[in-house]
Design a protein. Structure first.
Lengths: 257, 257
DNA sequence: AAGTGGTCTAGACCACCTC
DNA sequence: AGGTGGTCTAGACCACTTG
């Protein structure tokens, strides 16, 4: 069918599930088929409601998941639009580089908006990860990372005060500051998981609350084995791919028998 | 404050944001502080509404995001409960192993529920990834992976018919079948991203629709360089961590100047 | 000022499970 | 049968942007 998704026909027929899911499917199909293209506006919610014969609450509910998954964008006072394609960026996981260097290598602009920067009393998590003493203070760098104007990640880095006594001196790349002090990490361990973004973090990344994000915890080491950096990052799930190459485990290459 | 989260006090005061977020924060705090422990039941929605002075719709909305993020579980006809802690499993990304082998190494049980298995006409995506000809058919293995009774992942593997002529013969580990045919992959490239799970996939994984999942696409190669397997997996975001070790890029170890 | 999305309400019916 | 969550409605007010 090449009909518009908002005709009242077909709604409420039994066996097709909840009405809000039926509407959601229609809109998703319209986007997938190209009937609705990037940047196109959808009718106002009240109009979608009257067109479909559904209530506005039900329309909003149908639209909601498409907003959360990044297919639609809503702007208060403005309207609902089909999201412009966000080109996925790939980051090679096997290389230990900083966000700044990574983007520069691709010829992309890098900006940061600082959320917080300073010396603090460490959290128990930071004491654990950085091996701090009870009297130590921790340097925290919290920022939103943007590339070509698009917010891509929230980065929360913690370092011992001894490693970074003046966090306010970090302007762009943390790693370049560390390198200037002869403290560039050469090894790191990362843990990657997925999480639903809370309202605050979603706001920083300009996505809907509940949207999926990639959470990465990284602990970086000096050649000496000393821990130097503990960073928790949240990447936009719709804008970032991590790529990694795997090799077979040595002990499973050959089997007895 | 150690009050219960459902007292009407404090709601509606200005400057605290929407009511549903205030309720959400109260419940989340109660869980974080241990006032609500794993398995505890929350009052019925109608009761939470009358206790707080909010409408049931608003209560549901506040609860909704906590369900999506896996902190609460709702069972129709039964109630709303604090989720039991799901122990996160770590998988070393640098090793190329199968789900079956990976779990066996940890001493965990492995089960699979088949969703689909057979020979099909390939999708364009499969033609690209596997380098198929127009007349080739593709073997598809779709299953839900469970460990100790808990669904952890959906795995959708595609292989050329020439590699796996009899997909119905795969019972547990795909890799062990390939190895028996002398076709075990030794190298793979993975792309990792995050996504909100749709209703169907969320159902397979027994999480709420919209919950965050880890999406992994993997292409595996034989020693000869031939592509052997193209797999798309969705892991529960709340149950899986991927761990990876990074090393510094050779060309950034030393810099001129 | 008019229009948009964001929030909230009171009340209803249904499907499911067994409180 | 009674309680629970799941869905849906009509209508209201607010905050924001400017179609």
């Amino acid at each position: 069918m090449t009909d518009d998704p908002f005709s009242p026909r077909g709604f409420s027929e039994t066996g097709h599930g909840p009405l809000y899911l039926q509407l959601q499917r229609r809109i998703a199909d319209a986007i997938a088929s190209g009937r609705l293209g990037p940047g196109d506006s959808l009718p106002p919610e009240r109009e979608m409601a009257s067109m479909t014969g559904l209530s506005r609450v039900t329309v909003r509910r149908g639209v909601q998941e498409l907003v959360a998954s990044g297919q639609l964008v809503q702007r208060r006072g403005s309207g609902t639009f089909v999201a412009r394609k966000v080109e996925r960026l790939e980051q090679a996981l096997s290389l230990l580089t900083s966000f700044t260097e990574d983007m520069a290598r691709r010829g992309r602009s890098v900006e940061s908006r600082w959320i917080g920067r300073g010396l603090f009393a460490p959290s128990p998590e930071e004491v654990m990860a950085l091996g701090l003493g009870s009297a130590d203070r921790v340097a925290r760098l919290e920022r939103v990372r943007l590339s070509d104007g698009l917010p891509l990640a929230i980065e929360r880095a913690s370092l011992s005060q001894q490693v970074l006594p003046r966090p306010d001196q970090v302007e762009s790349s943390l790693y370049s500051v560390l390198e200037a002090r002869g403290l560039r990490p050469v090894r790191a361990v990362q843990r990657i998981s997925a999480t639903n973004l809370g309202a605050a973090d979603a706001g920083f990344l300009q996505v809907a609350p509940g949207a999926a994000g990639l959470r990465i915890e990284r602990i970086s080491y000096l050649p000496s084995g000393q821990v130097i950096e503990f960073t928790r990052s949240l990447y936009r799930g719709d804008a970032y791919d991590f790529a990694v190459e795997l090799k077979s485990a040595p002990d499973t290459d050959r089997r007895p028998g």
